[in-house]
Design a protein around this ligand. Structure first.
Ligand SMILES: [Zn+2]
Length: 612
């Protein structure tokens, strides 16, 4: 029988090629080096099929399945493959910081089942890494993606950076719990901006909404201290009463038990900033007792950076909470020389047994709301109250004084760029500096920003240049600093493609790998990969992620060290990076040769106390 089979290979090969053509119409076959083996076609589906390969493959199949017709052969072939995906010819950085090694990876379902030398035929889908780097998927430890996943679950700007897990809910703000007082206002705002119908009020509701819809990346979140304070006490600057602090502590604990990884604070924003250190300490103690972390955007990152660091470290010392300092920076030229003392404070805390880690994005500009240029006392209360104060002639002197002080810190208004507005009317200001907008309108800085905030109902984003390149490199290369985009999932199309957002949304991880590691060599690559993968996985309790190991979850990125580069710029930020060629999330290929497959295999990664 086998002799007959071999003699007729040419005829059969032609028949297989017919089948192949037919199959191609429904497979998602893309790119020359993907061999989609979801049928017996196996090598036949590769354009590079040779007669020798065909004979070898078909003989083997015939021997196992017999010549019982195409259907049987197809069935026999499927059962032969040991893996859903085999990644061939990769240079592996396993995430633990050691040197790279050459190996193949076999994946079945969402798990890595083998690392070593694996023959092609053992995979249903074979991805040829062709000598490119293969790493655990990157973990973005400081992210703000939440609503964005509902707007566009493909998480384009995130997953295309090689990020497979985001930790959201940072800077004191989470999309839950939603206080009754602002539910309607927020619902209306989301409907207006994104046509989203907000139907959740708490973490469970938000998780169910996300799971129903699906998402391309894994999502984990913190619960925001500012959000909790707003829900319990409103938006005012006063200390909590006894029962209010108890309610806030209860909410911290409940949210962690429902899946939040811990607590975040944004102490430069209202209403979180109204909490004095004692109140933060109480909440952190509750978080620590529940096994949660504390991620903080500190009270000040410029003139009072060192004082803020002391306050933060004291909270961790007295509560034992694991600390994550958000977007570690030294803001404004007059403070840049404080970098030595700031890093020394972090190192000393680490030496003294405090669990401390920081994150940073690889740019010298930050990004936040334009309202940041107005004092905290003016920002307290609701949006309406804030806008009312901006227009109150009795407050103008104080407000102008603060705005002038901001200019003195920055140097000039060219350092502040208007990133996004909501109305068409003000679209012309997007991507313009405040200086340019002043020239366009003939207004002074205070009047310009006040009018914009009032017209846009406080929905104005800005980019602000306030850091030094030399400090950035020291921070990025520091062993206690991971990478966090401090952005959210955007896309160059649809409602997430508006405005001129900070390029960190698209470029952070590729920029670190290309500009800072390959070109400027600020740190050996294995150490940076470790900071992007296993360290955050350990800090946030993601078991089986952040390393390439047998039995681990298959979150994997394949990238080209020669080509990797961020393409997003200040003027043209909605651009995907280059060189991040394949991204696998939970064993499914989301990015293949730079193209999004549309797959949504992301999961919600919950705190261990919430896992059933
Ligand atoms: Zn922040």
């Amino acid at each position: 029988m086998l002799g007959y089979y071999a003699k007729n290979t040419r005829k059969l090969q032609a028949r297989w090629n017919d089948i192949f053509l037919h199959l191609r119409s429904w497979t998602t076959f893309r790119g020359f080096n993907i061999v989609k083996k979801n049928t017996c076609a196996g090598d036949v589906m590769s354009k590079k099929i040779t007669r020798r390969h065909f004979i070898k493959a078909s003989t083997r199949l015939a021997a196992t399945a017999g010549l019982g017709g195409c259907g049987l052969l197809l069935k026999g072939c499927r059962s032969k493959a040991d893996f859903d995906i085999v990644i061939k010819n990769g240079v592996l950085y396993d995430g633990r910081g050691g040197e790279a090694f050459s190996a193949d990876i076999g994946i079945s379902g969402s798990q890595i089942l083998e690392i070593g030398k694996i023959p092609h035929l053992r995979g249903n889908t074979v991805l040829d890494a062709g000598g490119r780097n293969v790493c655990p998927g990157f973990i973005d430890v400081h992210d703000h993606t939440d609503i964005g996943l509902l707007v566009n679950p493909k998480a384009e700007s995130t997953v295309r950076q090689g990020i497979t897990t985001v930790i959201s809910g940072n800077c004191g703000a989470s999309p839950f719990p939603v206080p009754e007082a602002v539910f309607e206002e927020r619902k209306e705002s989301l409907r207006e901006q994104y046509q989203i119908d907000m139907d959740w009020r708490d973490i469970e509701g938000f998780f169910s909404r996300l799971s129903e819809q699906g998402m391309a990346v894994n999502y984990a979140t913190l619960v925001g201290q500012g959000t909790i304070r707003g829900a319990v006490m409103g938006f005012n600057d006063r200390p909590p009463r006894g029962e209010e602090i108890e309610t806030m502590k209860r909410l911290v604990v409940e949210n962690i038990h429902s899946g939040a990884l811990g607590l975040s604070s944004g102490l430069e924003y209202a209403p979180g900033s109204f909490a004095l250190p004692d109140e933060i300490t109480e909440l952190c103690r509750a978080a620590a007792e529940s096994g949660g972390v504390y991620a903080t955007h500190m009270r000040d990152e410029g003139d009072f950076l060192l004082e803020s660091l002391r306050e933060t470290i004291a909270v961790a010392r007295s509560t034992g909470v694991r600390l994550q300092i958000s977007h570690f920076k030294v803001a404004y030229p007059r403070n840049w020389s404080k970098i030595d003392e700031a890093l020394a404070a972090v190192e000393s805390a680490d030496r003294n047994g405090i669990s401390i880690f920081c994150d940073r994005y690889p740019y010298i500009a930050g990004s936040t709301g334009l309202s940041f240029n107005f004092p905290l006392w003016a920002r307290q209360g609701t949006t309406e109250e804030f806008l009312h104060r901006l227009l109150d002639p009795g407050q103008e002197r104080g407000l102008r004084g603060y705005v002038e002080e901001r200019k003195a810190k920055l140097g000039d208004w060219g350092k502040v760029v208007i990133a996004s507005v909501v109305t068409e009317k003000n679209r012309r200001f997007e991507g313009r500096s405040v200086q340019e907008a002043m020239e366009m309108t003939g207004k002074d800085a205070f009047t310009l920003m006040r009018d914009l905030l009032v017209e846009e109902k406080n929905r104005v984003g800005m980019v602000i240049f306030m850091m030094r390149e030399e400090n950035l490199k020291r921070i990025l290369s520091h062993p206690l600093v991971g990478i966090g985009c401090d952005g959210s999932a955007l896309a160059p199309y649809g409602p997430l493609g508006r405005g001129k957002p900070h390029p960190r949304h698209y470029g952070s991880f590729p920029r670190v790998l290309g500009k800072y590691i390959r070109d400027e060599k600020i740190l050996p690559l294995p150490e940076m990969v470790k900071k992007m993968t296993s360290i955050p996985a350990g800090n946030f309790g993601f078991e089986g992620r952040g390393v390439l190991e047998v039995g681990g979850e298959a979150d994997i990125v394949i990238w080209d060290e020669r080509r990797v580069a961020d393409k997003a710029t200040w003027k043209d930020p909605h651009q995907y990076p280059e060189g991040i060629d394949f991204v696998i999330v939970n064993g499914r290929v989301v990015i293949r040769e730079g193209v999004h497959s549309g797959e949504l295999p992301g999961r919600i990664l919950k705190h261990k106390s919430a896992r059933s």
